[in-house]
Design a protein around this ligand. Sequence first.
Ligand code: ISE
Length: 336
Amino acid sequence: MSDLKIAVIGVGKMGSFHVDSLTSRIRGAQVTVVSDYSAEQAEKVAAPVGARVVADPLEAVGASDVDAVVLASPGFAHEKQVLACLDRGIPVLCEKPLTMDGASSYEVVKAQAALGRELIQVGFMRRFDNEYVALRTLIESGQVGAPLMLHCTHRNPAVPDTFTSEMAMADSVVHEADCTRFLLGEEVVAVSVIRGVPTSAAPAGVSDPMVVLFETESGRLVTVESFVRTQIAYEVRTELVAEKGSAFIGLDQNLQVKQAGPTGTGIWGGTITPDFVARFGQAYDTQMQTFVDAAREGTVAGAGVWDGYAAAAICEAGVQAVRTGERTAVKLEARP
Ligand code: ISE
């Protein structure tokens, strides 16, 4: 079987990581087309891998040397680009968010259902992270009994000053929304937000850190600490509390070193990953290999269009909860 020819649309931090992954670590794929609103950035990423630059993203989707698309363009551009992939009948791996709100994501859900084929995969890469997979396997095995609660920590070292509390919900906490659904296998029905004392690194009026509470269909509780300006490193942890035990992932338990410290005493410890690409590199690559393997068969695997829609609806409620301080219900339409 010949290599899958891929167009990567949007080659900022994430898109250029995907181009590198597809070129050097993924089997059965070749990046043939690169598109970006910055012609200079597109050329910089395309040239070393022998891809051609197509300025118009919709033209890239329609190109004859493209069998599948990886979308890492800004979220507001996704809807049109994903629908163009459906129109052409080719698989697409779309970075989150699927679209900017629940209503437009539901339109995409309906469009795929009308087509009768699954062609959209949403880039919730944590579903491919070895630790998240192990935690879900543990839950499914019943070894620690029925799950009761999740406690999630989501810390980023820094974000631009333009990154508001609403953006923390839509851009960062969205992963915890998807993990909740992935780990517990049920929908989130309500979101509440509690704002605490902000870090001095946060601009005036921005709540950082904040605590988010998800309630699931069966009444399980999920707490999320969202803190995007820790000024330290990237820390993402989850603790499961179940009837007969608990379990933890994300402890940065890699290389632990003991050595002489500055004060004549010994010190020990390891390092914390600096950012999400370093922390989830394995998950991104596994997700991409899964996408390529499925796309060569004309389909997709992993988080689907419904997962993208549910996450968009949860974040919409979350943004509302940030703004009003009120517990906000998540409204999901019927699954087609
Ligand atoms: C970023 O867009 C991601 O997807 C990361 O996983 C998340 O941790 C970060 O907060 C987001 O800005």
